[in-house]
Design a protein around this ligand. Structure first.
Ligand SMILES: Cc1cc2nc3c(=O)[nH]c(=O)nc-3n(C[C@H](O)[C@H](O)[C@H](O)COP(=O)(O)OP(=O)(O)OC[C@H]3O[C@@H](n4cnc5c(N)ncnc54)[C@H](O)[C@@H]3O)c2cc1C
Length: 499
C-alpha cells in the first residue's frame, strides 16, 4: 500500500476518475465535494418522483471492445452502469429548415446514409469519414491504439478550424452543415473550434451511442463505490476554501473555512479560475493567474426539464438537433429577437427499453450576460424577475420545439428550467459555461491549461484541462494521474481490459 495521501477537490467525473485510478493503485484518496450531491455535471435531480439529468445525457463507443467500454472496465464501472443503446440507424437526427437527416452508427452505414442524401458527394463523404478516423486514431488515449500515435496529425488538426477543413472536403454546403449537426455537443464556433475536437466527438459517437438507464448520476455512484472499495472516501458538503502551501509545495486544504486536511498531493477538478481563488502563494506567478483569468469560456445553456403526462410521449431513442436559421453554426450569436436559434432535445431512459418517456430535456445556448443581473443571488431565491425571465424563455423555446413536435405542450405535466447561473452555482464553472474553456485555433496553446502547475504536488484535472465529455474527461484523468502512477502501468491496466 502506497501511504501517500491524495486530496481531490471536486467530485465531477474528472475528480472521481482520478480517485478511482489512484485508489486502485494504492493511494489514500479523499474526494471533497462542495455540494450536497456528488457528480458535478453527472448530477440528477428529482421532482414529483421523476428524475432529470442536468449534464451528461449520452455516451459513445461503449460496444464491447470499443474505447469507452474498455475505459469503463479499467475504472471497474462497466458492470455497475446499465446502458441502453440508441437507435443504430438514427442515433442523431439533425433538422435543418424542417428537413430531417438521420445519422447511423458505423462507417458503412454512415457513408451509405449520407450518400443517399447527397449522391454526388460519395467520394467526399468517404474522405471526410477517413479523416475523422485518422485524426481520432492519432491520439493514443482516444483510440487506445498505443503504438499508432501520430502526434503530427494530432497537432495539425488542433490548429485548423472545423469549417475550414470540412469546406475543403465537401462541396455541397448543406452536407457541410449536416456533418456539424451535433455541434452543440462541443459548442463549436465557426473559425475557432479545432477540427480535432470535432473528430474526437464524431468518432466517439459514430462507433455506438448509449444512454445510462436510470440517469447519469449512476456513473458518479459507481465511481464512488470503487473508490470506497479501495479504501478511499468521498465527502459531500465539504467545500475546499484554501489550498495551503509552504515555500515549495501544497501541504493541506482547508474545508468549509475551518478544518485542515493534510495532503501529499492535491488534485483539483474545479474550474481553473476557481482553483486559483484557493491559492494565495507566490509559487503561482501573476502572469499565469492573469492568463487563466483572461481565457474565454465556452457558451452556457438554458435547459428545460420536461415531466411528461403518463404514457403520452413515445420514448425517443435518438437525439434531436433543431436549427431555426438554416445552419447549426452561430447559434451562440443570438440577440433578444433571434433566440433560440437552435436546440437539442432528448429523453431520459428511465428503464430498459421504455415505451414511453417520463422526462425529457431541451438545451439551447445562453450566455451569462443574459442572467448577469441575478449573479450572487441564491438558487431558489433569485426573485420574481428571474422567474419571469425563465418563464418567458420557456415559452419561446417550447414554441420553437413544437414546430417539429406538435402538441408537445399538451403532453407536459410539469416543466422546470435552469440557466448558466444554475451551472455556476452547482459546479463552479466560470461564466456558467457548459464545457468550460473555449478552444480557439487562433490562440493555440494560449487557451490551453496544463495539468501540471508550478506547485509540484498540485495537479489539475477535469474538462478544462484536456477536453470535456465522458471520453475527454477520463482521458484527462489518465493524463493527470500518470504523474503519480507510471504511464506504462496505467497502459498495462487498460490493455488488460482488451477484449
Ligand atoms: C448541459 C450539459 C450537457 C452535457 N451533455 C453531455 C453528454 O451528453 N455526453 C458527454 O459525454 N458529456 C456531456 N457534457 C459534458 C460533461 O458532462 C462534462 O464534461 C463532465 O461531466 C465535466 O466533469 P468535470 O469533472 O470536469 O467537472 P464538473 O462536473 O464541473 O465537476 C466539478 C466539481 O467540482 C466541485 N467543486 C468546485 N469547486 C469546489 C471546491 N472549492 N470544493 C469542493 N468541490 C468543488 C463542483 O461542485 C463539481 O461537483 C454535458 C455538459 C453539460 C453542462
Amino acid at each position: 500500500m502506497n501511504k501517500n495521501k491524495v486530496v481531490i477537490i471536486g467530485s465531477g467525473l474528472g475528480g472521481l476518475a482520478c480517485g478511482v485510478i489512484l485508489a486502485k493503485n494504492g493511494y489514500r484518496v479523499t474526494v471533497l465535494e462542495q455540494g450536497s450531491q456528488i457528480g458535478g455535471c453527472l448530477q440528477c435531480f428529482q421532482r414529483h418522483g421523476v428524475k432529470f439529468e442536468t449534464g451528461m445525457h449520452f455516451i459513445g463507443s461503449a460496444d464491447p471492445g470499443q474505447t469507452l467500454d474498455r475505459l469503463m472496465r479499467f475504472l471497474d464501472i462497466r458492470d455497475r452502469v446499465p446502458l441502453s443503446r440508441l437507435d443504430s440507424t438514427s442515433y442523431d437526427v439533425v433538422c435543418i429548415d424542417g428537413r430531417h437527416f438521420h445519422i447511423p452508427f458505423g462507417r458503412e452505414a454512415f457513408i451509405r446514409q449520407m450518400t443517399d442524401y447527397f449522391p454526388l458527394q460519395h467520394d467526399n463523404i468517404v474522405r471526410y469519414y477517413e479523416l475523422v478516423e485518422k485524426v481520432a486514431g492519432a491520439s493514443s488515449l482516444h483510440s487506445l491504439r498505443f503504438d499508432q500515435t501520430d502526434t503530427a496529425v494530432s497537432a495539425a488538426y488542433q490548429l485548423r478550424a472545423i469549417d475550414s477543413v470540412i469546406d475543403e472536403l465537401v462541396s455541397d454546403p448543406l452536407l457541410a452543415k449536416v456533418l456539424v449537426g451535433n455541434l452543440p455537443l462541443y459548442a463549436a464556433e465557426r473559425g475557432r473550434t479545432p477540427f480535432s475536437t470535432h473528430a474526437f466527438i464524431m468518432d466517439f459517437y459514430n462507433q455506438s451511442a448509449y444512454r445510462v438507464v436510470g440517469g447519469s448520476d449512476l456513473i458518479a455512484k459507481a465511481l464512488t463505490e470503487v473508490i470506497t472499495e479501495n479504501g478511499g472516501e468521498v465527502l459531500t458538503r465539504s467545500k475546499v476554501t484554501r489550498i495551503l502551501c509552504d515555500d515549495e509545495k501544497a501541504t493541506a486544504v482547508e474545508i468549509n473555512g475551518g478544518d485542515i486536511l493534510t495532503a501529499d498531493y492535491v488534485i483539483s477538478d474545479a474550474h481553473p479560475v476557481r482553483t486559483l481563488e484557493l491559492l494565495d502563494t507566490k509559487l503561482i506567478r501573476p502572469a499565469f493567474r492573469q492568463r487563466i483569468q483572461n481565457i474565454r469560456q465556452g457558451v452556457g445553456c438554458f435547459s428545460l426539464y420536461l415531466h411528461f403526462k403518463k404514457d403520452t410521449v413515445p420514448y425517443l431513442n435518438s437525439n434531436f438537433y433543431g436549427y431555426e436559421y438554416g445552419t447549426p453554426w452561430e447559434c451562440e450569436d443570438y440577440d433578444e429577437m433571434s433566440w433560440p436559434k437552435g436546440y437539442l432535445y432528448m429523453h431520459l431512459c428511465h428503464e430498459p427499453q421504455p415505451r414511453y418517456a417520463q422526462t425529457g430535456v431541451i438545451l439551447s445556448y445562453m450566455h451569462m450576460r443574459d442572467v448577469e443581473r441575478w449573479r450572487g443571488t441564491m438558487v431558489g431565491h433569485r426573485g420574481a424577475d428571474y422567474e419571469r425571465f425563465k418563464a418567458e424563455k420557456t415559452e419561446r423555446l417550447l414554441d420553437v420545439v413544437e414546430r417539429q413536435f406538435p402538441g408537445l405542450r399538451g403532453q407536459i405535466e410539469h416543466v422546470y428550467s435552469s440557466t448558466p447561473l444554475t451551472y455556476l452555482d452547482y459546479t463552479g464553472t466560470e461564466d456558467g459555461s457548459m464545457y468550460g474553456i473555449a478552444k480557439d485555433v487562433s490562440l493555440g496553446a494560449a487557451c490551453r491549461v496544463p495539468h501540471r502547475t508550478r506547485i509540484p504536488n498540485l495537479l489539475l484535472t477535469g474538462q478544462n484541462i484536456n477536453s470535456h465529455g465522458m471520453l475527454g474527461v477520463i482521458v484527462g484523468a489518465i493524463v493527470s494521474t500518470s504523474e503519480m502512477v507510471r504511464p506504462e502501468e496505467i497502459y498495462r491496466q487498460i490493455k488488460e481490459t482488451g477484449i
